[in-house]
Design a protein around this ligand. Structure first.
Ligand SMILES: Nc1nc2c(ncn2[C@@H]2O[C@H](COP(=O)(O)OP(=O)(O)O)[C@@H](O)[C@H]2O)c(=O)[nH]1
Ligand SMILES: [Mg+2]
Length: 555
């Protein structure tokens, strides 16, 4: 059962380590470098430890000066290996007692433990099949900094932490605040021994153990084993030995320790992200909830494009399209007698440099008025509003990154928008089929009127010259040349009025098409420079949250 369980533990750890690594990568540039460096250290340590003997379980004895680490080490080993001493300084260098020496050297090299002792087999404790390394360590409160450093390093490296406390100092803040509480994720690989119980009157042993258990619960270690022992008298030592043997036999401690490290690192990432850490505790659940950003919606994207279109003067262009069409229609279909007047009116699209037949639009710039302060402010506000809506719900640092992504692209907006407008096909200069018809009829009407004039002129000249004036043909009593003049002029005016109506409608439809194309062009720019970068970051947060959840062991 144990080997199988260990394998499952290891593969689960694999996935969690991978998830933690991706969470770390995804958070780069978002969370503080120091936090990420700490996570990387955990990952490095895990991969180092896993590359070394998995058949050995490293158990370290930690505690304050004189708590009895060395004495307990000897008692558990059944040999006088470690020097237990009343005087200080006592243990200055880690000492390893090893059961199952084979393959332990690289592991001990990595731990930087040089004093190694191949321990004799003890009945009921360790046989050759049991890879066990017991470490006697310096005091965590040693007066020597080098000793404290060794302890700090070992706290991070060993598979199982055995805390040796004594009746005088078991409640000291130092051990609880500096070590036990921060290692609350590591309950599964922590054993607490209250040593020197022989110094307590019998009736006080139990209350003291209960008090210690209560303090540990406040540390977040409510489930750890708390054992009473006397290293000197040997009381309870076999229970300590059995507890150590149990973890060593299961071959799970290494994975459990690393898993606890991953849990702790995930909690730190969550905390740095501003995600509630309450649920990140190993026993908790549903931590990363609420760590998602609202993202962009169709409505928010449309609103952004609309605001940017206004800021980029799209309405001005749309209006120019309509006016330009109407002007062109007048020039082509107006009454020939007066239409030349329209030649003097400038084309509004040409004035905006948006009417360039044959020119490569992508090389052009418009002559639209450059965005002034109000337009700029409007565009900025639109981008800000969009980013704010998209980042809603994201935890602090991520919200800043999402907003930053929107801001980064918005600097290029004015240029990109101008270019987009310049390269939009506004159908400027495209002729309408009805212009030709109206024009032809218009000229026909004029020619008819002029012919009528000429006819009457000839008749008048004949009369003036006292020559016989021929009868003019009549239609319903009206002389034909007069009818020609009246009809021609009237037709010209009617055509001009009709053309005005038609060109008004056509101009409206053409400007509607232009508005649609311009809005689409603006939306494409907004998508590229604002929406896509924002969505990338929103997606990054979602992936990060999922990775963090997987790293914390909850999928
Ligand atoms: N009465 C009593 N004394 C102990 C016990 N364990 C250790 N000592 C004594 O406490 C002193 C310090 O022990 P040591 O093992 O060197 O503590 P370390 O500094 O934690 O390694 C020594 O004089 C030991 O004999 C115990 O269980 N009961
Ligand atoms: Mg010692």
């Amino acid at each position: 059962m144990s080997r199988h369980g260990a394998a499952r533990e290891a593969s689960q750890l694999d996935r969690r380590l991978e998830a933690l690594d991706s969470a770390r990568e995804l958070a780069s540039g978002v969370l503080p470098e120091q936090t990420l460096a700490g996570v990387l250290q955990v990952l490095d340590r895990a991969s180092s430890r896993r590359s070394l003997s998995g058949d050995h379980t490293v158990v370290g004895f930690f505690g304050a000066t004189g708590s009895g680490k060395s004495s307990l080490f000897n008692a558990v080993s059944g040999e006088e290996v470690a020097t237990a001493a009343v005087r200080r300084p006592t243990t200055t260098e880690p000492l390893a007692g090893i059961w199952g020496v084979q393959g332990s050297d690289p592991l001990l090299d990595w731990l930087e433990v040089h004093k190694r002792h191949a321990a004799a087999a003890i009945e009921g404790f360790a046989d050759d099949d049991t890879g066990l390394i017991l470490l006697d360590l310096p005091d965590f409160d040693s007066t020597r900094a080098a000793n404290r450093e060794i302890v700090q390093r070992m706290v991070g490296l060993v598979d199982v932490l055995v805390w040796v406390l004594d009746p005088q100092k078991y409640a000291d803040a130092a051990v609880h605040n500096d070590f036990l509480a921060p290692l609350s994720s590591h309950g599964a690989v922590t054993i607490v021994v209250l040593n020197q119980i022989d110094r307590l009157p019998d009736h006080e042993v139990r209350p003291v153990l209960e008090s210690l258990t209560a303090i540990l619960a406040r540390d977040g270690l409510g489930k750890v084993q708390v054992l009473g022992a006397s290293a000197v008298l040997g009381t309870g030592v076999d229970k300590v030995r059995a507890a150590i043997r149990e973890v060593a036999m299961q071959r799970k401690a290494m994975s459990q320790r690393l898993a606890a490290d991953v849990t702790q690192a995930s909690a730190r990432l969550a905390e740095a992200s501003g995600v509630s850490t309450g649920g990140m505790k190993p026993a908790g659940r549903g931590a990363a909830a609420g760590a998602t950003a609202a993202g962009a919606t169709a409505a928010s994207k449309a609103r952004l494009a609309g605001e940017l279109a206004v800021a980029a003067n799209v309405p001005l262009v749309v209006d120019a399209v309509a006016r330009s069409y109407r002007l062109e229609a007048t020039r082509r279909t107006g009454w020939p007698v007066t239409r030349w007047l329209a030649r003097f009116r400038p084309d509004p699209l040409r004035r905006l440099n948006l009417r360039r037949e044959g020119a490569k639009p992508e090389l052009n710039r418009t002559s639209l008025p450059p965005a002034g302060a109000p337009e700029q402010a409007r565009a900025d506000a639109a981008v800000r509003e969009f980013a704010e809506a998209a980042s809603a719900g994201a935890p602090g640092p991520w919200r800043a990154v999402i907003r930053g992504a929107a801001r980064d692209g918005s600097g290029r907006l004015p240029d990109a928008l101008d270019q987009a407008i310049a390269s939009t096909d506004l159908s400027a200069g495209r002729k309408s089929w009805w212009w030709g018809v109206f024009n032809a009829v218009q000229w026909l009407a004029l020619v008819t009127a002029l012919a009528g004039f000429a006819w009457l002129g000839v008749l008048a000249a004949l009369g003036y010259l006292q020559l016989p004036v021929p009868e003019v043909p009549r239609v319903q009593g009206w002389p034909v040349p007069t009818v020609m003049i009246a009809g021609g002029v009237l037709l010209g005016i009617v055509l001009a009025i009709g053309a005005r109506f038609i060109s008004g409608a056509a101009a409206a439809s053409r400007s509607a098409v232009a508005r649609k194309r311009l809005t689409a062009a603006v939306a494409a720019v907004a998508e590229e420079l604002v929406v896509a970068p924002v969505e990338r970051e929103v997606g990054r947060l979602a992936t990060f949250t999922a990775a963090l959840k997987a790293a914390a062991g909850r999928q």
